[in-house]
Design a binder for this molecule. Structure first.
Ligand SMILES: C[S@@+](CC[C@H](N)C(=O)[O-])C[C@H]1O[C@@H](n2cnc3c(N)ncnc32)[C@H](O)[C@@H]1O
Length: 261
């Protein structure tokens, strides 16, 4: 059973995937000498940029995937370090000047409670910044779950279908306000990715969304699942080349009210 993310597959669309990170970075204020945590940091290359651009004294990147973190050691040092720990098990000893997460929180359930937990990790005057995909209604995402409900996959998965926890943008804005954040900025942004062909969409989601089904189905059935997914996607979006893959994402930032006000 494939138990983990594949950094090579994830890196195939490195440029497209990193653009929202840079857009989020543009929304935050530097924290010279401060403490930063990057939740679901992946391979750590972007955490390095986060560390340098914020001027942080200490940045901790956490991720639960040993394969993704395998690359992080190469960029660690100078106040940047990494730990293998799941976000749901993370218990920081002290609050942070910036709690940051790019493209990872969508893997955690119950965002109402999650946002409250993350808010508790931000020091007074500190910032919370996150980016999550909001593309659940695109055929690339919808069909993945529809195929999981088909046999033989439904039985093999024990009825499991990945729930999509991402809330509406206005809900994050209201939550952040309720949790004591000011300067709240939440936006829905549509990214336009020109892929060589619609077949590339499969390669895209194989690096992220489908990893969950891959882990649960095991290699044999996952191969069948992928073929079924490919055929259904082709039937719905056709075979245009190039293919314009529109991808919605939510970017959110805010500053916790408190000492610095
Ligand atoms: C799409 S990648 C994003 C990586 C990085 N933030 C970036 O922008 O390149 C999602 C990452 O979240 C991690 N992840 C997913 N669920 C997690 C959890 N519950 N706790 C910690 N990390 C998690 C995965 O291992 C993966 O490295």
């Amino acid at each position: 059973m494939s138990a983990d993310w594949d950094p090579e597959q994830y890196a195939r669309f490195r440029h497209e995937r990193s653009q929202p990170f840079f857009d989020l970075l543009d929304l935050i204020k530097p924290v010279p000498g401060g403490r930063v945590v990057d939740l679901g940091c992946g391979t750590g290359e972007l955490t390095r940029i986060l560390h340098e651009r914020t001027g942080a004294g200490e940045t901790l990147g956490i991720d639960r995937s040993p394969a993704m973190l395998g690359r992080a050691a190469a960029v660690a040092g100078g106040g940047l370090r990494f730990e293998q720990v799941a976000i749901e098990e993370f218990r920081p000893a002290e609050p942070y000047d910036l709690v940051f997460s790019n493209a990872a929180l969508q893997w955690l359930p119950d965002h109402e409670r999650l946002m409250a937990r993350l808010a508790g990790w931000v020091a007074p005057g500190g910032q919370l910044a996150f980016q999550v995909p909001a593309n659940a209604d695109h055929p690339s995402h919808r069909i993945a779950h529809e195929v999981a409900r088909e046999e033989p996959f439904a039985t093999a998965l024990g009825g499991y279908v990945r729930e999509w926890p991402v809330l509406a943008p206005e809900r994050y804005a209201a939550l952040m306000d309720r949790l004591g954040f000011g300067e709240v900025h939440v936006r829905l942004q549509v990214y336009v990715h020109r892929l060589a062909s619609s077949a590339e969409v499969v390669e895209w989601v194989r690096g992220t969304l489908l990893t969950d089904y891959e882990r649960r189905l095991g290699p044999g059935l996952y191969g069948m699942y992928l073929e079924r997914y490919r055929a259904r996607l082709r039937a719905e979006i056709g075979e245009p080349a190039p293919y314009v893959y529109t991808f919605k994402r939510i970017l959110g930032t805010g500053r916790k009210q408190g000492a610095a006000d």
